[in-house]
Write a protein that binds this ligand. Structure first.
Ligand SMILES: Cc1cc2nc3c(=O)[nH]c(=O)nc-3n(C[C@H](O)[C@H](O)[C@H](O)COP(=O)(O)O)c2cc1C
Length: 193
């Protein structure tokens, strides 16, 4: 049976969705894994059917836009709906990772990743970080570099607030997300051994 990876995300205006697709694409590029994408709005109560899909996943990748310096309310609603799983520690020892997108370069995105990390730790999961050196941090660097925002806990992206998901976030962030998805997939394969 292939190692299964679930990307669970919310996106209010389409930017985070672009990154979710890129993360999934990267994960799918690794042979031996199956990747599913679940929107967080499908899971707003402990009885939501899509929660059962997550019970069967070997790794979960959480994604949300940063709204008011934290994960969006829709994503928080998903997090709270998992409390029954927490009580049973049903997701213990699964892998977890996270990504977030915001309008500002900083935008307090770190806080959202730390929320995801804390959430994963409450569930007894094992966290996989971004695993990429920071780009765009020297005189020869540019915003075209992978990991241009210099994240490490998870994958960060930035979308200009006056542009749609067709162009924002930029290609460098999409590539960062693809590399991140592939990393989590490789980690999941090793974790399953
Ligand atoms: C309610 C709300 C709160 C926001 N708060 C922040 C914020 O704290 N930091 C930031 O940089 N951008 C903030 N933004 C901008 C969004 O993060 C940005 O537009 C992002 O691309 C939205 O992602 P989405 O299209 O996936 O919903 C906020 C947007 C909304 C609607």
């Amino acid at each position: 049976m292939p190692t299964s990876i679930a990307v669970v995300y919310h996106s209010g205006y389409g930017h985070t969705e672009v990154i979710a697709q890129a993360v999934a694409e990267g994960a799918r590029s690794v042979s031996g894994v199956s990747v599913s994408i679940i929107t967080a709005s499908e899971i707003d109560s402990p009885d939501s059917a899509a929660l059962a899909q997550l019970d069967n996943a070997d790794a979960m990748i959480f994604g949300a836009p940063t709204y008011m310096g934290s994960a969006s309310a829709v994503f928080k609603s998903f997090m709270e709906a998992t409390s029954t799983r927490w009580m049973e520690q049903k997701w213990a020892d699964k892998l977890a990772a996270g990504f977030t997108n915001s309008g500002s370069m900083n935008g307090d995105k770190q806080n959202t990743l730390i929320e995801f990390f804390t959430f994963a730790m409450q569930h007894g999961m094992a966290w996989v970080g971004l695993g990429q050196m920071p780009g765009n941090n020297h005189s020869g660097g540019s915003e075209n570099d992978s990991n241009r925002l210099g994240a490490s806990i998870g994958c960060m992206s930035q979308a200009n607030v006056d542009q749609g998901g067709d162009v924002a976030p930029p290609e460098s962030d999409r590539e960062t997300a693809r590399l991140f998805g592939a990393r989590v997939a490789r980690a999941a394969l090793r974790w399953q051994q």
